[in-house]
Design a protein around this ligand. Structure first.
Ligand code: SF4
Ligand code: SF4
Length: 393
């Protein structure tokens, strides 16, 4: 029988503890967690084996373990653990470390990693937007946004006397030239991070991968699960998470569609914003914005009153960004409709800070779990890992 050498890394244990898995050492391997987890396949279930590996500091193995992404942090295991070892939190810490490990531009990952660094993380989009305003000759209007009302957009005299956000950030030179490269940066960083992770998964397979069926079919199945929150619905302790997760997820889908359709209005139909409230784009945007706010408040309330497990700063940063996007987006519109120029323009500026933050940091903080989990689930399906029984019922 071939010997397997266990590589341990004591610093990795400290890293797990520092990232929210501070209870890891309490585990005494009773396996209750693996039994109660509705998402663990029968064959080599999690999270007990991850708890063992974490206690041994088996960094290499854990950073190539797709099972940490099959966990949806429902906390059923944490609720039943007789030792208070909080396996759900330990797996959450491992997912955070995994994202940071494989993503490029470590400097950006570090900025969002610790709350003490968050002010600097937010400073970056603020500085980018101030440069944007300076290059467009609009910087002085931040001190006096009211003056923008009397201006017109070039060739659009109908905008005189109105609050139009394009007067502060012109569509092409203020928005497109800055936000499109930021979005492209996010795509490239995701591509590099996910490619690194895919190579790692395949370099030391925790289970054999057998390519079955088409790749597109496999990913389609995984994406369908995400769209319907199928695995979240199997949670018992935090059942509400499937609803809040769906609400926020579909809000983002709605807002992405709104942005895409607004681009068609702008570039193809030559129909500039602001659109009337009865316009389909406006209706979709407003419904999505309201749903995002409701989802954010609901998530924050659920997290604040958590009876099982703990919240990590990783979770809270995503909640702050989701809530910030929702409140500032809807706030900017409401203040515009109320004709409160100064507060409307400032709220819009802050909204763009959140949007830019999302673009720059998406590959490095919790929202990246969408992509990593999709990849890991596809890998598990390829490996014929076996669906949990509860998912097949
Ligand atoms: S984490 Fe808790 S339930 Fe799981 S094996 Fe360890 S002690 Fe048992
Ligand atoms: S948090 Fe939920 S999904 Fe994750 S291991 Fe525990 S019981 Fe399973």
């Amino acid at each position: 029988m071939a010997k397997k050498i266990v590589k341990t890394d004591l610093d990795f244990i400290k890293e797990i503890i520092a990232n929210g898995g501070d209870s890891v050492k309490k585990c005494y391997q009773c396996a209750t967690c693996s039994v109660v987890c509705n998402l663990a396949p029968n064959n080599s279930p999690f999270p007990r084996k991850e708890m063992v590996m974490a206690q041994w500091g088996m960094k290499d193995a854990l950073l190539k373990d797709a099972d940490i992404w099959l966990c949806h942090q429902c906390a059923d295991c944490t609720a039943y653990c007789p030792r208070g070892a909080k396996p759900g939190d330990v797996l959450g810490a491992l997912r955070k470390i995994t994202i940071e490990e494989y993503a490029p531009v470590k400097f950006l990952a570090k900025l969002v990693s610790k709350p003490a660094m968050w002010p600097f993380a937010f400073l970056l989009p603020v500085v980018i937007l101030l440069i944007d305003l300076m290059l467009n000759g609009k910087l002085q209007y931040l001190a006096n946004p009211q003056a923008l009302v009397d201006l017109s957009i070039e060739g659009e005299h109908s905008t005189v006397g109105k609050i139009v956000f394009a007067k502060l950030f012109p569509t092409v030179t203020g928005i497109d030239i800055f936000f499109l490269p930021a979005a492209l940066f996010a795509v490239v960083c995701f591509w590099i991070g996910l490619s690194n992770y895919w190579k790692a998964l395949n370099s030391e397979r925790s289970y054999p991968v057998m390519f079955q069926g088409s790749i597109i079919g496999l990913f389609a199945g995984v994406i369908w699960e995400a769209l319907t929150s199928a695995r979240f619905k199997l949670c018992n302790t935090m059942k509400v998470r499937s609803t809040t997760h769906l609400l926020v997820f579909w809000s983002f889908v709605g807002l992405a569609l709104t942005t895409a359709t607004a681009s068609v209005y702008e570039w193809v139909l030559r129909y500039p914003s602001p659109y009337p409230l009865y316009d389909p784009v406006k209706i979709l945007g407003n419904i999505s914005g309201i749903a995002l706010i409701i989802g954010a408040i609901w998530m924050i309330n659920t997290r604040s009153t958590l009876k099982v497990g703990t919240n990590s700063s990783f979770d809270w940063l995503l909640l702050i960004v989701v809530a910030g996007l929702g409140f500032t987006g809807m706030g900017a519109e409401i203040f515009r409709l109320m004709n409160l120029a100064s507060i409307a323009y400032w709220t819009y500026f802050i909204h763009l800070v959140f949007v830019m933050f999302l673009f720059i940091y998406a590959p490095f903080f919790k929202i990246a779990h969408l992509a990593y989990r999709t990849l890991a689930l596809a890998y598990s399906n390829l490996a014929n890992r076996g669906e949990p029984d509860a998912l097949q019922e």
